[in-house]
Design a protein around this ligand. Structure first.
Ligand code: GLN
Length: 218
């Protein structure tokens, strides 16, 4: 960070990388794609886009990013995961492939493809705690939902109508944020703005050692 604008990375292995970069810039962050460890080390926070969680893990392993990512997330780097990104931030998953790994960090159980195969994608108005301006249009694409949450995770959004009413689709635990839906696709950057505030807060009062060790020369 240059002292004024946090630098937020977008994990650029798969998914809506350009859309997330544009949304982050629109709310006043500096933003850059992250594909290597040196880039990961440069950023103050990270967005993990949607895509296919199993593929993102494989790519992260072959780009030698899996362990570094796991470590920085565990050490307090603010991270926002959308859709597959939500799966990747879950400590536990259901309906994963055999042995499917995640970066983890949020004490929750996430079910992959939870809305059913016949419902590939849909849009719905969802109220998100902490966002001013009323419900947002949430776009779900082969989306997961959160099936169970630990005591430190705070539910921010639930499906409000239809057969999945009540299902958790937005969650925060300290420096980690996850949504089942894709806010980068709607032109409404309020979730990105919320995440930028999380990054700013972490810069001011690092929850754990990560941000401190990044700026250890002060
Ligand atoms: N179903 C995908 C997975 O398991 C997630 C879909 C998405 O990110 N749009 O990773």
């Amino acid at each position: 960070m240059d002292g004024t604008r946090p630098l937020i990375g977008v994990l650029a292995l798969q998914g809506d990388v350009r859309e997330h970069l544009a949304a982050l810039r629109s709310v006043g962050a500096e933003a850059m794609p992250v594909r290597r460890q040196s880039e990961l080390e440069a950023v103050d926070g990270l967005v993990i886009p949607g895509g296919e969680s199993t593929t993102i893990v494989k790519l992260a392993q072959s780009f030698e990013l899996f362990e570094p990512l796991h470590k920085r997330i565990a050490a307090g780097m603010p991270t926002y995961g959308s859709c597959a990104g939500m799966i990747l931030l879950a400590d536990r998953i259901l309906d994963g492939i055999a042995g499917q790994d995640t970066f983890g960090g949020i004490d929750m159980t996430v079910r992959r493809n939870a809305f059913g195969r016949q419902v590939e994608s849909f849009e719905e108005a969802v109220s998100v705690e902490g966002l001013d301006g009323g419900p947002l249009t949430a776009v779900f694409i082969r989306a997961p939902w959160v099936e169970e949450v630990g005591p430190d995770a705070r539910v921010l959004a639930r499906v409000e109508s239809g057969p999945a009413a009540g299902r958790i689709v937005g969650i925060r635990q300290q420096h980690l944020l996850a949504t089942s839906f894709h806010p980068e696709l709607t032109g409404d950057a309020r979730v990105h703005g919320y995440f930028l505030e999380m990054v700013r807060e972490a810069e001011q009062a690092p929850a754990t050692g990560a941000a401190a060790s990044k700026s250890g020369d002060e």
